[in-house]
Design a protein around this ligand. Structure first.
Ligand code: BT5
Length: 328
């Protein structure tokens, strides 16, 4: 692995120019056959390497896989992403992160997969997670918060992810309470926060983020084709998943540090400026009841406040749909 990394560094350093197999083998003190085997493995990792019989090897295109080495190269966060668990395919990154967290992994550990077979939403709903087209990511946090604050971690994550998405793609997405990020009314991100806690302390929180990055509109399954979209559709171009992932980790770390230093108030204020729910006519579908009204605010607990004909209702969990504006 060390030799492979060194070969990759040589190729990257040579910025697209050929470097001969002999030079590589001489520089790294390995056989020509070993060089050839590592080049083949790098190609399988998604690096486009051109091989010329006389000139040697040239890196034509970097991989777009979310390989730990690529993530580390662009990582600017210090805690989030310091330990990376990468999988080509996984049942669910949240399941894996919960196992790692229960076994004592450090805070900031991330789990990332190219594809999820049984990606999960809330209440055991499914999450469409095709290979190589999204960011299916879970982050382990060990926050010094009260378990009562866990719901606000979803809002905190939404602020971090939305900032990152808009900074990288300029797409102009907004947050729908509590856990969605939408573009023009369609969902591009879903967040699933899961917690392990004692009565008065959190053991760990796993924040799972599903981000539709380079999915073409026609690739969505029919059940969600009308309600989902991707950042590539929103921005009109392919988006670098490595760049987006590292920006998400950096923004998430910034909001997390802000909450640890100054409490939730500044992040909730930020959430309000990015919200597309506030001020809208909404329908709330709770576990035991449904009702409509105008979403007027969120309170200090992150609960959504709905003005109804009966008065103000406070919603801590549930699904909220925004009613389309009626024609004037
Ligand atoms: C969510 O649930 O939105 C949370 C999704 C979290 C997914 C991430 S991926 C990494 C990590 N590992 C996991 O296993 N999960 C997390 P909810 O609000 O319940 O929305 C689920 C609903 O969104 C589904 O019932 C579908 O209608 C819809 N949906 C499924 N896949 C989608 C997709 N890729 N894009 C947009 N909508 C989708």
């Amino acid at each position: 692995m060390i030799v492979r990394t060194a070969i990759l560094e040589l190729l990257k350093h040579n910025s697209g120019q050929y470097i001969s197999g002999e030079d590589i083998s001489h520089t790294l003190q390995v056989s020509r056959t070993a060089v050839w085997k590592h080049i083949r493995a790098l190609k399988l990792d998604g690096y486009e390497i051109e091989a010329h019989p006389r000139l040697g090897y040239a890196l034509r295109q970097n991989t777009d896989r979310l390989l730990p080495a690529e993530i580390k190269e662009q990582l600017t966060s210090t805690v989030l992403g310091r330990e990376i668990h990468y999988f080509s395919e996984l049942d669910s990154t949240n399941n894996e992160a919960k196992k790692l967290a229960a076994n004592g992994c450090p805070e900031g550990t991330i789990v990332v997969a190219e594809a999820q077979v049984t990606g999960r939403g809330r209440l055991a709903r499914g999450w469409f997670s095709p290979h190589g087209k999204g960011i299916w990511l879970s982050v382990v946090l060990r926050p010094p918060f009260n378990p009562m604050d866990a719901a606000k971690c979803t809002l905190m994550a939404a602020v971090g992810v939305n900032r990152a998405i808009n900074a990288v793609t300029g797409a102009g997405c907004g947050i729908k309470w509590p856990n969605d990020i939408l573009w023009q009314g369609r969902k591009v991100v879903g967040i699933l926060t899961e917690m392990s806690a004692e009565m008065d302390a959190i053991n760990h929180i796993v924040i799972g983020m599903g981000i539709n990055v380079n999915i073409e509109q026609q690739e969505f399954p029919s059940e969600i084709a009308a309600t989902a979209t991707s950042l590539a559709v929103a921005s009109g171009c392919q988006v670098s998943r490595v760049k987006l992932l590292t920006t998400i980790l950096s923004e998430l770390e910034t909001v997390y540090n802000s909450v640890k230093n100054a409490g939730f108030a500044p992040v909730l204020a930020d959430w309000k400026t990015q919200s597309i729910t506030l001020g809208q006519q909404v329908d709330v579908h709770g576990i035991d009841r449904s009702f409509g009204g105008v979403a007027i605010d969120i309170d200090v607990d992150g609960a959504l406040l709905i003005e109804t004909t009966q008065g103000i209702e406070r919603v801590l969990a549930g699904d909220v749909s925004i009613r389309p504006a009626s024609p004037q």
